[in-house]
Design a protein around this ligand. Sequence first.
Ligand SMILES: Cc1cc2nc3c(=O)[nH]c(=O)nc-3n(C[C@H](O)[C@H](O)[C@H](O)COP(=O)(O)O)c2cc1C
Length: 642
Amino acid sequence: MAAVTNAGGFGVFGSAIDVANKGPDELLAEVKRISALCKGKPFGVDILVHGAEGGVMKQLIDAFADGGAKAFISGKGVPRRDVIDQFHARGMLVASIAGKLSHAVTAVDLGVDFVIVQGCEGGGHTGEVFTSVLLPQVVDAVKGRVPVVAAGGIYDGRGVAAALAYGAQGVWVGTRFMLTPEAKTHALYKERLLRATSDDTVVTKCYTGARLRVLNNAYVNKFASNPGLLEKNSAEVARRAWNDGVWKLHGGNATDYDDDVQAYVVGQNIGAIDTLVPAGDVVREMAKLAAATLVGVQRFVKGAGGLRTPLCEMLGCETPVMLAGMGGIAGAELVAAVTNAGGFGVFGSALAVANDGPDELLAEIKRISTLCKGKPFGVDILVHGAEGGVMKQLIDAFADGGAKAFISGKGVPRRDVIDQFHARGMLVASIAGKLSHARRACELGVDFIVVQGSEGGGHTGDVALSVLLPQVVDAVGHRIPVVAAGGVFDGRGLAAALCYGAQAVWVGTRFMLTPEANTNQKYKERLLLASSDDTVVTKCYTGSTMRVLRNPYVARYIDNPGLLEENSAMVAKRAWNDGVWKLHSGDATNYDESNQAFVTGQNIGAIKSLEPAGKVCKDMVATAVAVINARAGAKVNLKAKM
Ligand SMILES: Cc1cc2nc3c(=O)[nH]c(=O)nc-3n(C[C@H](O)[C@H](O)[C@H](O)COP(=O)(O)O)c2cc1C
């Protein structure tokens, strides 16, 4: 902790175990020891509890203040107003960690001095909404009343730069500092974490009764596949877990620990961390890379208000905003609106391919081409070539119709399919929700990769954009351009994506809510009522993980995973027969709202009205340019303003 403060950061003492095991005098002595190690520089103290204990809290406040701490951070739940007042009376700052928009707003209303927003990708107790969506919404909601700090997924300076682009004034980093020589983490715990990938973490209630991000294992799986096993209340959960020895490596007695049950608490960014680095070096490298990143992205700003990357040159568009090829939704009018605004419209051809013959398909693509007035556009389908002969017809229709690029929405396209598109002069891309898929697509010869974070709408993976994107950039970015998908709803998201190393954004949900989108009016009305907490990932509609609005139909399968059919075809057939697609693409008469597949991303909570697609595109670019210029132009000052 002192290592972080002495390197110029703000170290925070995680006092939970000391508070539980020590008396007030010992605690005071420990805080004083930290103060001495920090040599007069500032530090804070964090606990999960936040004042419900009355008298005990008074002792804690005294120990923290007398020990010389500068700030108190409440790790779980909003602190009571009288607790905040008492800390203030002792000259300390107070902050609260929030995993929901409503918690952040309540904390600010109660008088905290700053708020820490934790995205779902973070380690430990965590909410459901990822950083790319939650952070900018909290920044907007608190309207500059207090500084906002970003937590979850950050492991290097690109994450710091992106957090600043979203409007944060600092970053709160856990997992990266766990993997330092100074962290008290057990050596065996560190070893286990260093072997993990970002796909290995999962959120479970089976250790504490609250949502906790940990490494997946047999113990966690047992509760995931049978949620009914979970005890009624948190105390019972915690007791059973303790008795099962799950904390032996964490804070307990490590002798005879059972690896299969251990609670390896950690964030998704663990996959990007493969060595121990001294904490002071982590701080210095983060600050250095963040400053270089913020200055570096300025190279994409062209003239007054323009934004252009090498991928724009490749695609022939003016700005790095791509319309996600949403089947049944991204039709001719939406494609043309985005392309004509300088972006890159992509036709979601899934329904057309399923329902139309090759001639009708060709005619539709030619119509899009005419509407785009010679400007470039692409075509997306979920299938990618397993169909042999049919694929040849599609390639001809897309190429003859004048499309510039083909984007494979699910799965890596076959090499011969890629070659055939190339032979017809088209570019090929693949959407990847996993690092391994991005690597494979690159090896097979695609021209660019679209990386979709879990927060995105439609079929989606588990890993947040903040974690997956920079890892894909590191793995393939030196060979081909990388595009960011998932959670992007305004120019801050575009600026952040560029900070992570992307060369464009691929935007679905925001463009669904435009007059030009083929989304049913009732579907749009329902989505505009939703908050970011309302979405969930389920296999119950297609057999693959898909992000949709939560409803009774989805809840039934989440509560009873055993109800899910054995294979995707059976799932899809049952869902179709149940009429779940009526509003999306079927006959909307007599639809049942409680079972509809309202496919959408987490960013739906930030979208409150329909906006013309061209305006969405232009506003996104204008805001991104303003953010980049404000952060980089005015000489980067990475010193926290608090
Ligand atoms: C309603 C809807 C339908 C979608 N359909 C497709 C599709 O047919 N093909 C595809 O590649 N991706 C599809 N997607 C995923 C998008 O291509 C894109 O990756 C995603 O929407 C990006 O995240 P965002 O929604 O946060 O912008 C769909 C997404 C939504 C919201």
